[in-house]
Every structure is written in structure tokens, then in C-alpha cells.
Design a protein around this ligand. Sequence first.
Ligand code: GLN
Length: 194
Amino acid sequence: MKIGVLCIQGAVREHVAALEKCGVEVICVKRKEQFADLDGLIIPGGESTTIGKLLDRFGLGASIIGMIVEGKPVYGTCAGLILLARKVEGSDQYLLGQMDITVARNAFGRQRESFEAPLSIASLGEEPYCAVFIRAPLIKSVGENVETLATCNGEIVAARQGNLLVSAFHPELTDDTRMHRYFIEMVKEWKQKQ
Ligand code: GLN
């Protein structure tokens, strides 16, 4: 199994380390020809406008959309969540637009730019999950094919739509690999169907 981490900008190294800890082969991807070889992709946190501009400029957005249409799992964290969304409130930035969610950027306000919160995430088991939020977005609304996986103070912060997984928090910044393992299971399921 080969999982790519989009290596344009943002928290790339930490995702690579977390995936390697889970025992899968990881590839840092930044060229079009690298995508075809992948079984899954993580789009890391960073600055969604910057990542989006570069995806557009180098034609990589089309390659990612191609993977998604093929059914390959893609996991967007924080800025990655924003890029996967169909709509971002008050912004006309470049989006991959593949997930039926509406997102508000930087939704937790300035004074709380960074915080940790224990979340109860049924898909990850009973033990609370310590989620790290950094200038995080919120999912304001979801379409009917979207499953809410986690909420924080009543707001949606993780969701899944078929082969797409998103979280507003940064799973790569903790030692808890359960979100990465959940994603790896999605990739395994996809591979088994091939
Ligand atoms: N605030 C960033 C954005 O809007 C996302 C922050 C992050 O990825 N940690 O793109």
C-alpha cells in the first residue's frame, strides 16, 4: 500500500512520520506523474489559499480529483479539509470542491488560534481523542451523503463522504495514530475491492 502526502506547503513531515509509524509506505507527492501510483492521499494543513493556488497553477488539482473519482481515499486535514469542500463561506479561493460540505475558515477566532480538546469519536473507539486545532475551520453544513464523525462544542469538526475523510484538527501533531489508522483502513478497503 502506498500513501502519498501532498508536499506543497504545510505540515508534511509530521504526516509522513505518523504514516510510517503505522507501517505503510509513504511518498511525498508534488508532481503529476506521482499520483497514478498512489492508493491514497493526505492533504495536510497549512494555508489553503496558497496550497490551492499552487494546485491550480501546476495542474495538480485535476490529478487529485482524478484519484477521488477513481474511488481512492483522500484525507484532508485543516487546510486540506477546506480544499476538499464544495463551498467556503465568503471566499472564492481555488477548491477541489469534491465534498458536499460548507466550511467557515478560521472559525475559532483569533484569541484561541490554537487549542486542544478531548473529543469523543465513536469510529475511533471509546478512549477520548485529544484533537489539536490551529486556526481551524469548521464544517457549517453537510450534505446528505456526509457522515459526521466528530463535533467540538456542537460544531462539526470531522466527517466522511465515501472515500473522502476530513478533520479540522491536526492528527499528525499528537502521538495518537488512530485517525491515520482509520484512514489506512479506508485505503485497505478500497484496495480489496480492486
Ligand atoms: N487557517 C488556515 C486556512 O484557512 C488553515 C489552518 C491550518 O491548516 N492549520 O487555510
